[in-house]
Design a protein. Structure first.
Length: 73
């Protein structure tokens, strides 16, 4: 469910710049959609629940919020 929500949100609010940049700052960076981030964190948990994960690492850009919710789940 989380990935479908992300795809819908990208299609609705994502902005394509040039040929290789997708701006998602309206919901992942500058304005944070906590409900979406929580759903994505739960989706990561579901996908990797049996993998023995003990740490969640992310790059600084756009990943911190999702990583926090993934770690919480």
């Amino acid at each position: 469910m989380g990935m479908a929500l992300l795809e819908q949100r990208i299609r609705k609010d994502g902005k394509v710049r040039g040929t290789d940049i997708l701006k998602v700052d309206s919901f992942l960076n500058h304005q944070v959609d906590v409900t979406l981030l929580e759903a994505l964190g739960e989706e990561f948990h579901r996908r990797f629940a049996g993998a023995g994960v003990t740490k969640v690492l992310t790059i600084e850009a756009s990943g911190i919020g999702i990583a926090c919710f993934a770690a919480k789940a």
